[in-house]
Design a protein around this ligand. Structure first.
Ligand code: ADP
Length: 513
């Protein structure tokens, strides 16, 4: 018997539209729109026709989407799947020069934008010469709704999507990196399928589950935990446009809405725990509140534990699907600080600088292998060996150790990075922007602890003789070039920076008080 050289990845939405057409698929809170799987299937079909016939999108063309969370983003993702096109969600927190770079690198054929971001979108299209632009308006008048209506009226046969190969790229998701320039992680169908299976296995998702999507959909957290796993299983995604702690608590407490799943970063839950009414809120219907992006502090886990909720800690990266470690809820307190164990299809190693496995209990860099790991970055194929070992393990840049039972703890990072409110900041990117200022001789950016955001940036700056720059000037300059979460909150002027023998700045010796 011959072995097929690929396993076809079928159309999830078409599947559920046949098996449970009346099942709830999506609920857009801002516009109060509800869609069953049959309705979503229909809109995805119209979106595919609009992209193909109205905007000329074909196989492997990139479709950029710059928009605050709404259900249209999920439709476009699945329309791309039907056409074999590549979904390119953009981080609207980035500044225009950053998005210009990404659009030049990914070269999308169209930029779809929420009307709340019209000004930025028009500028980005002009600067990066994207051939077409189309508006979205959360269900209101827009190019998108007009395109869907025209497609419906045209009476064209449904777009039948061939099964995709596991190795085909579905999404490009840009993450910043230690090189200081954003890199587009290729997200394949294989990654999406195995991430879905592993999320379902670790968080009790069923076709009756309701997931509150409040992390941004341009981010792997909003899209893939538990957005896509919900669509894979036939559950419902309830989409929140912007995060407000008191509204978040009200939604989670709403018995009629019956939210069973949600993923946040520690900052989200820390803010929610401060809302008056948190102590009295009844959250007993919730099955899983996931927390990722950083380790949740014990006090937070205890605050939720008192309400009968075990915050379930996970570890992941955009490049790993993201789920790569998960702690079961019943271990939340006994193993606080741990990110748990690898799910079924993930393999991990902890290695020293020579890539030899460390003795269990010792700290080293965590490497990961498995079907959820990216094949690499867009346009960076030549640099593959910087990101992977010779035998194909992906270098996470996170330092980890295992306890005597094999549970993993992320203890540090080997990559130069800090996390502010759940968003990664790579200091080199900020340092490059500060270097653009005339009077700057040298600078180094570090993350310092912050009660609200976890960490915030501090720039340590050495001025050229006679230069005249103050804190406000440095911050204002960064503000024009960088997303707000990357802009340093403080600037420390110093006579010199500490260096090692080869001239590298010793960041651990910079002032952190
Ligand atoms: P996300 O923030 O959704 O996990 P990113 O790709 O933006 O995905 O960031 C990945 C990085 O976030 C990891 O390499 C790691 O440094 C950090 N991170 C993620 N989960 C944890 C965790 N549980 N504990 C500590 N750091 C984490």
């Amino acid at each position: 018997m011959s072995t097929p050289d690929y396993i076809p990845v079928n159309d999830w939405i078409a599947h559920h539209a046949r098996f449970s057409p009346g099942g709830a698929a999506m609920h857009d809170l801002a516009s109060n729109r509800h869609f069953t799987y049959a309705e979503m299937h229909e809109r995805v079909d119209l979106a595919a026709k609009y992209l193909r016939d109205g905007l000329g999108i074909g196989e492997e063309d990139r479709v950029a989407v710059l928009c605050h969370n709404d259900t249209d983003m999920f439709e476009i993702q699945f329309a791309c799947r039907r056409l074999g096109a590549i979904f390119l969600p953009l981080n609207w927190r980035l500044a225009v020069p950053e998005l210009e770079y990404i659009c030049k690198d990914a070269a999308p054929k169209v930029l779809m934008y929420g009307t709340e971001l019209t000004e930025e979108a028009v500028e980005i299209q002009r600067l990066s010469e994207v051939p077409a632009i189309a508006s979205l308006n959360n269900g209101g008048d827009s190019d998108y709704e007009a395109g869907l209506a025209a497609a419906a009226g045209a009476g064209v046969a449904p777009v039948v999507a061939p099964p995709r190969q596991l190795t085909d790229i579905w999404t490009l998701m840009y993450t910043s990196g230690t090189t200081g320039r954003p890199k587009g992680a290729k997200i394949t169908y294989q990654m999406a399928v195995f991430n879905s299976i592993q999320c379902v296995m670790t968080t009790q998702i069923t076709c009756n589950s309701n997931n509150l999507v409040f992390l941004p959909i341009f981010h792997t957290g909003g899209l893939n935990v538990y957005g896509n796993p919900m669509f894979h299983t036939g559950g419902c995604n309830i989409v929140l446009r912007t995060f407000e702690p008191d509204y978040f608590l009200a939604l989670l407490s709403d018995k009629k809405l019956n939210i069973t799943h949600a993923l946040g970063v520690p900052t989200n839950y820390l803010m929610m725990a401060q809302v008056p009414g948190f102590a009295d809120a009844d959250l007993s219907h919730i099955v899983c509140l996931g927390v990722g992006g950083a380790a949740a502090p014990l006090s937070l886990i205890e605050d939720f534990g008192e309400k009968g909720i075990n915050l379930q800690q996970g570890w992941g990266m955009t490049e790993t699907g993201p789920l790569g470690l998960m702690l079961s809820g019943d271990q939340a307190i006994s193993r606080v600080g741990s990110s748990g164990l690898p799910p079924l299809y993930v393999k991990l190693r902890i290695v020293d600088e020579d890539e030899n496995d460390v003795v269990q209990g010792e700290t080293g860099e965590m490497l990961i292998k498995g079907p959820v790991v990216t094949p690499g970055y867009w346009n960076r194929e030549a640099e593959h060996d910087d990101f992977f070992t010779a035998d194909g393990w992906f270098r996470t840049g996170d330092a980890a150790r295992q306890d005597e039972d094999g549970y993993y703890y992320i203890v540090d990072r080997t990559k130069d990075m800090f996390i502010s409110g759940g968003e990664n900041v790579y200091p080199v990117e900020v340092e490059n922007v500060i270097f653009q200022l005339d009077g700057v001789l040298e600078n180094a950016v570090i993350g310092i602890p912050d009660e609200k955001w976890g960490e915030v940036g501090r720039a340590c700056v050495v001025l050229k003789p006679g230069a005249n720059l103050d804190e406000a000037a440095v911050i204002e300059h960064c503000d024009t070039q960088l997303a707000r979460f990357k802009v340093p909150k403080q600037v420390r002027f110093m006579d010199e920076l500490p260096h090692n023998a080869t001239g590298k700045v010793l960041k651990h010796e910079l002032p952190r008080d």
